[in-house]
Design a binder for this molecule. Structure first.
Ligand code: PEP
Length: 255
């Protein structure tokens, strides 16, 4: 059965004590809200991960994720953190392919394929982000972009490895802008992504893959988005920085 996930992406926000408080509040507030196949993942800056994974240890529904990992196992890569290092402190997820990393750090599909391999080899589950820019959408290229991001970075995987991924559709024009894709626009792309996966890996794997929507998702619009057939939760940026907003989004699973 498909997992339903609400994942927070704190980006480069929260100092150490603010991060501990926010995560503790979220843990406390969601404990009676998530059950069964519903999960919460908090993707925090590296400095928080060891402490947060300690706090999350007792929970079977709340997990900790990183926002990046290097493709190599170790070596002279000053300032970088490997997937193995993350998994050694109990981190379970990692965001890969976020548009901010593609845009500001030049991450290509080719590099992301290597990062995906490194993450899976170290038992991290990638939350793999894909999405088109406004220019690409207006030029009618959004389906092609989604198709190539998915195929070039992930379709080299075995079916077994591919099924460990969480996919996040994040239209770049909706990230941090306050402009959300309509539920119809998001559903159309999610169904397309699932069909692409089905044609590569078969219907069973496609039906089981969790596909999240990301881009200005908030407590007001989450319910309508998550009610769509192919939307299995959200990747939440700005609204994950306030425990009340984030938990209100989590609660929409049961509304
Ligand atoms: C994100 O950065 O993954 C994101 C979805 O951000 P926001 O919710 O702020 O648009």
């Amino acid at each position: 059965m498909r997992k339903k996930i609400v994942a927070g992406n704190w980006k480069m926000n929260k100092d150490y004590s603010e991060g501990l408080s926010l995560f503790s509040e979220v843990l406390n507030m969601v404990k009676d809200e998530v059950r069964g196949e519903q999960l919460v993942v908090v993707c925090a800056p590296f400095i928080h991960l060891n402490s947060l994974s300690g706090l999350a240890k007792g929970s079977s529904q709340v997990f900790v994720g990183a926002q990046n990992a290097h493709q190599e196992a170790s070596g002279a890569y000053t300032g970088e953190i490997s997937a193995g290092m993350l998994s050694s402190i109990g981190v379970e997820y990692v965001i890969l392919g976020h548009s901010e990393r593609r845009q500001y750090f030049g991450e290509t599909n080719e590099l992301l394929a290597k990062k995906t391999d490194a993450a899976l080899k170290n038992n991290l589950k990638p939350i793999f982000c894909i999405g088109e820019t406004l220019e690409e959408r207006e030029g009618g290229k959004h389906f092609d972009i989604i198709k190539s991001q998915l195929a070039e970075a992930t379709f080299h995987l075995s079916a077994e490895d591919f099924s460990k991924l969480v996919i996040a559709y994040e239209p770049v024009w909706a990230i941090g802008t306050g402009v959300t894709a309509s539920s119809d626009q998001a559903q159309e792309i999610h169904a397309f992504i699932r069909a692409e996966i089905a044609s590569k890996y078969g219907k069973e794997i496609a039906d089981d893959i969790t596909i999240l929507y990301g881009g200005s998702c908030n407590p007001k619009n989450a319910a309508e988005l998550f009610a769509q057939h192919d939307i299995d939760g959200g990747l939440i940026g700005g609204a994950s920085l306030k425990s009340r907003d984030f938990v209100d989004i989590v609660k929409t699973f049961n509304n």
